[in-house]
Design a protein. Sequence first.
Length: 368
Amino acid sequence: MEPSEGGSCCKQTLVRLDRVSKTFGNTVALKDFSLDIRSGEFLTLLGPSGCGKTTTLRLINGFEVPDGGSVSIHGRDVTHVPPFSRDVNTVFQNYALFPHLTVFENVAYALRVKRIAKAEVKARVLAMLDRVGLSDKASRLPRELSGGQTQRVALGRALINEPTVLLLDEPLSALDAKLRRAMQLELRRMHAELGLTFVCVTHDQEEALAMSDRIAVLDSGQIAQIGTPQEIFERPRNRFVADFIGGCNFIPISIDQNSGFTWRYGKPHALARGTEVLLGIRPQNLRLGVPEEGAAFDANVHISDVVYLGTAVRLVLRLGSGLELTAEIDRQAIGTTNIEPSTALRVWARQNDVIDFDSVGWSSHGAV
Ligand code: ATP
């Protein structure tokens, strides 16, 4: 059991990248990179552009060979095994469908290459089209399909071989926001029904949180944190992860500086040692008005900007010290509070909502 990496904790490792490195010219894409992907899980590789997500996928499907380290699938070293000899299929970002073949023939392609009997091909393709909701589109060409339907053909085509691992490279990036959300649910449903291992690449944190059993957050060719969506969101290990997933206000506090925060139930005990500590507060966890019992701190601020978000309002708040905080307040929680720019407000946060990156806890009281 690995409590810090929760999720499907008891399942066996299916894919292992062991101390892999990959360099392109002067660019280090992956550096001493190790990752265990568990059998049957939905793992998402999440990170900003250029952090090494696609390179990781390409090492798994065999389109790239690492400079150092090894890749194994089911305990077999496949580091130098070509893509077609790996039990892995990929849904590419642009879907890469054959434009001149019908939906049926696109899905059937891999079975035809394997020279499987016609009757079996027909039965399996029809069953797959039914699964991806395209039974009535079998004779259409790709150009006659919507974005969501095209995406489903690509999925059907990748799944028809029943690969041990399905790799999905930004599978929903070509779809509009509403369709993306619908397809996220469908991918999850399909993953649960098929019981296969899905490895998905995205730079969209909401998508990663919504679909995955576990998320590996990548930063500059290394894993910054791996864990369940809840672990990653609620207990980010460092500033990069907190900022990349969910956004975060960072509050550096030092014994020598008056930061403008009043710590109500103590302050980080690193302060007693005179060192600086870094705390984090999610924008959604800042509250307006008189602090309630259990508040960690409160501070006086002025509103410097107001952004309407529909169900919530984003406020940019400035402390006397010059530090800016971002708060996202549910519209119902605002009530009659005046949120015009320049208005003076008091903000506070619950102790449980304060992320202490140094995990030092709290000891003394007062204003810092
Ligand atoms: P994105 O989200 O933009 O697709 P990514 O996280 O998938 O990015 P990779 O495609 O893995 O990132 O690239 C990692 C780094 O390696 C980047 O700096 C990229 O420019 C570089 N890189 C990747 N492939 C090549 C290549 N064939 N030649 C040169 N540099 C490459």
